[in-house]
Design a protein around this ligand. Sequence first.
Ligand code: SME
Length: 153
Amino acid sequence: MGSQENYRWALGQIRKKVKDHINIVSTLANSAAILKERFPDFFWVGFYFFKNDHLLLGPFQGPPACVRLSLDKGVCADSAVNKRSIVVPDVHKYPGHVPCDSRSNSEIVVPLFNKNGELKAVLDVDSKNFDDFNNIDRENLEKVAELLKPVWE
Ligand code: SME
């Protein structure tokens, strides 16, 4: 669970990376690192690129993860298909949840759009704690998505 103060710091750092943006992988990798470093309870932080019929693993911090996610099941897929953020207090109770690492117990996924409103990726954060994400996390991770808007071609 992130505090407003930590999010303020992280958003400031990500804003600087976006200002200096030259490459999508570099900027997303640093954004994931900033979040993972500032929030030690975040067990996995990463991006999945939207590829029309699947989601493809992008820059992340944490243990190795599933490379390809189909759009018919899972939290990331539901977020991408419905174009909305999803907070999951207990992943074991989420129908269709895709377990990339059995240590994950709660999760939040936020969709990322370009300036034209087209879906480009999702940002996924996992925690070993149950019920680790609330509205503060959702609002601030949506702000991250907003900050990253200019980096999509
Ligand atoms: N749990 C996700 C898959 C991605 S991993 O958590 C990194 C899902 O259900 O879509």
